[in-house]
Design a protein around this ligand. Structure first.
Ligand code: SAM
Length: 381
């Protein structure tokens, strides 16, 4: 079976995969610090908030902006009513996942007038917000496309190298909160789940024709769903795929092993979302392009919310900061490869942040500095 959406060979071993999709899917409830208990008392609602305001609480905000600028911390701000003190950094920066612009806005506050910030998002609503910001701030350029198109999209703007790249992976609170987007198993809507609603197929369209075995493999590989076969069978027996609540109910009934505090459809919804948006393939493409794009001394800063992504970023940085190919028992010494990154580091949220924003619980920020090694095309593992 081939999972054609993902270019990458994920080889996911579910025993190694920590599913944080519920944490990732929790921000809407989180925004207003409200836990919603359903009839099953222990199921935490990932997409139910009494007040739907479609806002996004940016995670690891000062840490990420400091990382992409290559500084230990941002200037301290004693009086929050005053404008943020600014480092006035020049250069070209990329926010690969604009969302509602939390990270972009703080980064802009630290950039000089001659700096440039290129922002990407697949989501048309995020792009409208970005365009509104760009109309007020000439330093911003907006790209409505996947960050997997980084090199070509930047080249179209005449940019071949950048000083910093940041990405805050996954979906945003507004995407989950809006039931019509189909990400929520607690708010009804069409089974869509596309980040970019202007192109590509929805999950509903895919479910119409996908065979049961492929569906089961997707649930297993991208959702760590151990009961993937019986869930896939139940999904394929549905007559239509026009309601997220109906889909969630079918999964719930088919799932033999409910866990306290977790909706039984959590992993299946995560898997279908990751698959339909080619999330892991896009991350791999983005990371690979960061090597030739970043200037010597440039910074990479990536936030992830589940171990499928975090593991990829960790392995990428390990591979490119060690300076050696994996050991080959036929050779006396492993050959050298260029060291493209130095100082790889991982940072998690503070206790204060997780109590303010439980969505941050599963977040990890990984950062590294581009060395001055010239880029050489490398097909080795
Ligand atoms: C977690 S949110 C980012 C929130 C943002 N940092 C903020 O402060 O508002 C992730 C955003 O990335 C977008 N996204 C996810 N994968 C993408 C991809 N491959 N290319 C472009 N945008 C993507 C989603 O549409 C979503 O708006």
């Amino acid at each position: 079976m081939s999972l054609s959406k993902s270019k990458s060979n994920t080889n996911a071993n579910p025993s190694l995969v920590t599913d944080h999709s519920e944490s990732e899917a929790s921000p809407s409830a989180v925004e207003k610090h409200t836990d919603h208990m359903l009839t099953q008392a222990s199921i935490q609602d990932p997409a139910t908030s009494d007040e739907v305001d479609f806002v996004h609480d940016a995670v690891l905000l000062p840490e990420t902006v400091a990382a992409v600028l290559g500084v230990k911390s941002l200037p301290t701000q004693k009086d929050e009513s005053k404008p943020q003190k600014s480092l006035q950094v020049s250069g070209v920066y990329v926010d690969a996942t604009f969302g509602r612009g939390g990270h972009s806005r703080l980064l802009l506050s630290q950039l000089a007038d001659d700096a440039r910030l290129i922002v990407f998002d697949k989501d048309p609503t995020a792009i409208s917000v970005a365009n509104a910001l760009a109309s007020e701030d000439k330093r911003i350029h907006v790209v409505h496309d996947s960050f997997a198109t980084l090199t070509t999209s930047l080249a179209a703007l005449g940019i071949t190298q950048v000083d910093g790249l940041m990405a805050d992976l996954g979906i945003s609170s507004p995407q989950i909160d809006d039931g019509s987007r189909g990400f929520s198993f607690m708010r009804d809507g069409a089974v869509d789940m596309r980040m970019d609603t202007s192109r590509g197929q929805s999950v509903a369209e895919w479910l119409e024709y996908v065979d049961e075995e492929t569906l089961a493999n997707v649930l297993y590989e991208f959702g760590e769903e151990r009961h993937s076969r019986r869930i896939a069978r139940a999904i394929k027996q549905m007559e239509s795929y026009d309601s997220t609540l109906a889909l969630a109910e079918v999964i719930k009934v088919a799932h033999p092993n409910w866990q306290r505090g977790k909706h039984p459809a959590t992993q299946s919804f995560q898997a279908m979302r990751i698959f339909i948006n080619n999330e892991l393939g896009d991350v791999d493409d983005f990371l690979a392009q960061s090597i030739p794009l970043l200037k010597a001394g440039g910074q990479l800063a990536v936030i992830s919310f589940h171990s499928l992504e975090d593991r990829r970023i960790k392995q990428f940085l390990q591979r490119h900061s060690k300076g050696q190919y994996p050991e080959d028992e036929n050779l006396p010494m492993p050959p050298k490869r260029p060291r493209y990154f130095s100082k790889p580091k991982r940072v998690g949220p503070s206790k204060a942040e997780t109590s303010r924003n439980p969505r941050a619980r599963s977040a990890w920020l990984r950062m590294a500095t581009r060395t001055d090694s010239d880029y050489v095309i490398d097909n080795a593992p």
